[in-house]
Write a protein that binds this ligand. Structure first.
Ligand SMILES: Nc1ncnc2c1ncn2[C@@H]1O[C@H](COP(=O)(O)OP(=O)(O)OP(=O)(O)O)[C@@H](O)[C@H]1O
Length: 286
């Protein structure tokens, strides 16, 4: 079975609120699936159920064939490091009182516990665009954007089969969003890992996701290959999302996505897309 993750008819409820209403998806190794939709549509609730942080009211979540909600938190640990989550706020993933090198080393140990080789903390820092000699610093000695890179390095150091990234670049400044998105995709491809990439920003996911799923009020309203949805959206909500991306040239079409083997080009194209997003994105601080 080539499937890494299979979610069937997932329902998540918080009291009377149905946050996720029958979502099904699957991810194969090396594939980036983007989940997009406006705030409150149920993206984070889907992610939290997938990684086992919230219990689904109904439905199944199978990670490499294991039923995630039924696994015991204590016994699933070693195997579970094969699934890593990156949050929007890096402070959720980093321990403020621990040197960043030691936190990345935790990821490396998790890889080793599964018999996998990982790089050194210094090499991981360099892989995410930071200096190797920053290894002895604490999280507060970095900017918000740098902290997010460290959280990504820590997740990748564990050599996960699957990364669930919930708005991992939304808190970054516009210029580093592009490079971090391109870097995540490339490192995922290099490792043969799959990724669920959650975002409300279609202009970014269009350039890094193989497939898109559009959520609206807890349901998936449209899914398919990224280029198909971009070029020929069917659902009115998808059309509305796409039309919300401003196009100064008035043509309404972004450049074709370059080949996945050209990360630099990805970065520059994502930059290009990001320069066209609304002012609120520009104002996002590190
Ligand atoms: N712990 C909770 N208790 C009650 N309601 C919740 C809880 N978490 C989420 N919700 C509700 O569930 C719905 C889906 O929320 P969710 O966070 O999954 O949306 P989202 O698409 O990730 O939004 P955003 O992009 O703003 O993060 C919302 O109506 C939200 O208010």
């Amino acid at each position: 079975m080539n499937e890494l993750l299979r979610v069937d008819d997932l329902h998540v409820r918080y009291g009377p609120v149905t946050a996720v209403d029958g979502v099904s998806l699957e991810i194969t190794p090396g594939e980036v699936l983007a989940l997009v939709g406006e705030s409150g549509c149920g993206k984070s609730s889907t992610a939290r159920a997938i990684v086992g942080m919230d219990k689904p009211a109904e439905g199944t979540v199978l990670f490499r064939g294991s039923d995630v909600p039924k696994l015991d938190l204590r016994t699933r640990r070693p195997d579970f490091t094969a699934m890593q989550m990156v949050f929007q706020d890096p402070n959720s993933s980093l321990n403020p009182r621990k040197r960043v090198g030691d936190q990345i080393a935790d990821g490396i140990r998790a890889a080793k516990a599964r018999g996998l080789k990982s790089n050194s903390p210094q090499e991981w820092l360099e892989a995410v665009g930071l200096d190797a000699d920053m290894v002895g610093r604490y999280p507060h000695q970095f900017s918000g954007g740098q902290r997010q890179r460290i959280a990504i390095a820590r997740a990748l150091a564990a050599k996960p089969d699957l990364i669930v990234a919930d708005e991992p670049i939304s808190a970054l400044d516009a210029s580093s969003q592009a490079s971090v998105a391109a870097m995540m995709r490339q490192l995922c491809l290099d490792a043969g890992a799959g990724m669920l990439f959650i975002s409300h920003d279609l202009s970014v996911v269009r350039l890094m996701a193989d497939r898109l799923m559009v959520m609206y009020r807890g349901k998936v309203v449209e899914s398919g290959s990224t280029s198909l949805i971009w070029n020929d959206p069917v659902h009115p909500y998808t059309r509305a999302l796409l039309s919300a991306i401003p196009h100064p040239d008035g043509k309404g079409v972004l450049p074709e996505a370059p080949a996945a083997e050209a990360p630099d080009e990805w970065a520059s194209h994502i930059d290009e897309a990001l320069n066209r997003v609304p002012v609120s994105k520009e104002a996002a601080s590190e």
